[in-house]
Design a protein around this ligand. Structure first.
Ligand SMILES: Cc1ncc(COP(=O)(O)O)c(C=O)c1O
Length: 389
C-alpha cells in the first residue's frame, strides 16, 4: 500500500468513527425500544440491495434501464396486490407525504377545484398540501366509537368546489380504516376524485384479508377509488424512503408531468427530479424474497403480538382508546405527559397523542412478544408511580 493510500484510509477511518459516535446517540429498532414508529429495521436483503444501487438515478431512467426495469416490476407487484384495472399505473414517491401531495396535485389539475374533504384523523401532510397548493381542507369528524370518517357528513360537504375526498386506510393515530366502500360509492355517483391514504395500511390490509380478518375493501376493486398511496418503508419491511402512488388512469400522469429537455427521457413525472434507485431495489428485493406468503407471516405475527399486548395492557388496569383494527394500539392515560416522560427516562419511545389523551404503540415487526414482556412491567410501574392505576 502506498503512503498516500494509507493516509486516505486513516482519514476515512477517522470520519467513520466520528459518524459512529454520533450514531450511538440514536435509538435503534433492533433494540426493540422504539414502540411508536411506523417504520422498522429494514429486512436484511433490503440493506444489501440498497447498497448495490447507491449510484443510480431514476430521475434519468434511460441511463439506468436495469434499475428502471426493477421499478416497473415493483409497480407490477403493487398493481396486482391492489387489483388495479388495465389502464392503471403507478408512480414511485418518497413516502406518504409525497404520495398525498402528488395525488392532490393531480386532483387539482384534473378538476380545477380547490377543496379537499378529509377526515379529522388525516395525516398532517394535508396541512402542507393546503399551504403548498393553496387548497382548502374541509374536515369531517370521526365517529365516536370507531374513529372513522363519518360518511353522512362527508356526503353533505361534497359540493361544486370539491377537488377530492380522502379516506384513510390505516390512520396514523389509531390504525383505523375509513369506510372506503361507502366513500367509493358516493364518489362514483357524484364523479368525485377519491384518494385513499393507505401509507400505513397498504402493506397490512391486503394480507389481513388473505388471513380472513374482517377488514373492509379499500383498493381498486372499488370502482370509485381514484388513487391509493402506500409505503414500503412502513409495513413493507423495506428501507426509507419508498412509497408508491397507484393511479386508476394512466393518462392522469400527464397532469403531473413536465417536459424534461436535457435528460434522457422526454418527460419527467411527479415532484422529485433526481431520485435514488437504492430504495426501489431494496423494496423489490424484499417483495421477491418474502412474497405474498412471507408478508402474510409478518402481518400475522404483528397482529398476534398486538393481541398479546392488548391483553397485557388490560391486565394492568389500563384501557385502550378503541379495539385495534390493525397493529396499532392507543392506551388511554390521564397523566399523559408524566407517563411519557418516565417511559423515555427508562429508554422506551412511545408517541403521545394529546387530543386523544393516549400514547400510541405501533406493533411493527421489531416489537416481539419478548419486547412486550419487557415493556409491560415498566409501563405498570410507571403508571402506579404517577397514580394512573
Ligand atoms: C396515514 C399516513 N399518511 C401519510 C403519512 C406520511 O408518511 P411519510 O412520513 O412517509 O411521508 C403517514 C405517516 O405516518 C401516515 O400514517
Amino acid at each position: 500500500m502506498t503512503h498516500k493510500n494509507k493516509i486516505d484510509l486513516n482519514k476515512q477511518k477517522l470520519v467513520l468513527n466520528m459518524l459512529g459516535r454520533l450514531q450511538k446517540k440514536d435509538y435503534s429498532f433492533s433494540s426493540g425500544h422504539i414502540l411508536g414508529s411506523m417504520c422498522t429495521q429494514p429486512h436484511p436483503i433490503a440493506k444489501k440491495a440498497y447498497n448495490m444501487f447507491l449510484e443510480t438515478n431514476l430521475g434519468d431512467p434511460k441511463l439506468f434501464p436495469g434499475t428502471k426495469e426493477i421499478e416497473n416490476r415493483l409497480l407490477k407487484f403493487i398493481s396486482d396486490l391492489l387489483h388495479s384495472p388495465k389502464n392503471a399505473t403507478g408512480h414511485i414517491v418518497s413516502g406518504g407525504t409525497e404520495g398525498n401531495i402528488t395525488a392532490m396535485w393531480m386532483a387539482k389539475q384534473l378538476t380545477h377545484k380547490k377543496e379537499i374533504i378529509i377526515p379529522s384523523s388525516a395525516h398532517f401532510s394535508f396541512n402542507k398540501i393546503a399551504s403548498l397548493m393553496d387548497m382548502k381542507l374541509i374536515q369531517i369528524p370521526v365517529t365516536k366509537n370507531h374513529y372513522c370518517m363519518d360518511v353522512h357528513e362527508t356526503k353533505k360537504k361534497i359540493g361544486n368546489n370539491t377537488a377530492a375526498v380522502v379516506g384513510i386506510a390505516g390512520s396514523t393515530e389509531l390504525g383505523m380504516i375509513d369506510p372506503i366502500p361507502e366513500l367509493s360509492e358516493i364518489c362514483q355517483e357524484e364523479n368525485i376524485f377519491l384518494h385513499v391514504d393507505a401509507a400505513f395500511g397498504g402493506f397490512v390490509i391486503p394480507f389481513l384479508k388473505k388471513l380472513n380478518y374482517d377488514v373492509p375493501d379499500f383498493d381498486f376493486t372499488l370502482k370509485g377509488v381514484s388513487t391509493i398511496t402506500l409505503d414500503a418503508h412502513k409495513m413493507g419491511y423495506s428501507a426509507i424512503p419508498l412509497g408508491i402512488l397507484m393511479i386508476r388512469e394512466k393518462k392522469w400522469l400527464n397532469e403531473i408531468s413536465v417536459e424534461s429537455p436535457y435528460i434522457s427521457s422526454r418527460k419527467q413525472t411527479g415532484i422529485l427530479g433526481t431520485r435514488s434507485g437504492g430504495p426501489v431495489a431494496a423494496a423489490y428485493a424484499v417483495i421477491k424474497y418474502l412474497g405474498i406468503e412471507g408478508y402474510k407471516k409478518v402481518v400475522q405475527q404483528c397482529m398476534e403480538t398486538t393481541k398479546y399486548m392488548e391483553k397485557r395492557i388490560i391486565e394492568t388496569g389500563l384501557q385502550l382508546v378503541t379495539k385495534p383494527k390493525m397493529n396499532v394500539l392507543g392506551i388511554k392515560l390521564k397523566h399523559l405527559n408524566q407517563v411519557v416522560n418516565l417511559l423515555i427516562k427508562h429508554g422506551w419511545r412511545v408517541n403521545k397523542i394529546d387530543h386523544l389523551s393516549c400514547i400510541r404503540i405501533v406493533v411493527m415487526p421489531h416489537v416481539t412478544k419478548k419486547i412486550v414482556d419487557k415493556f409491560i412491567p415498566v409501563l405498570k410501574k410507571t403508571c402506579k408511580k404517577v397514580g394512573e392505576i
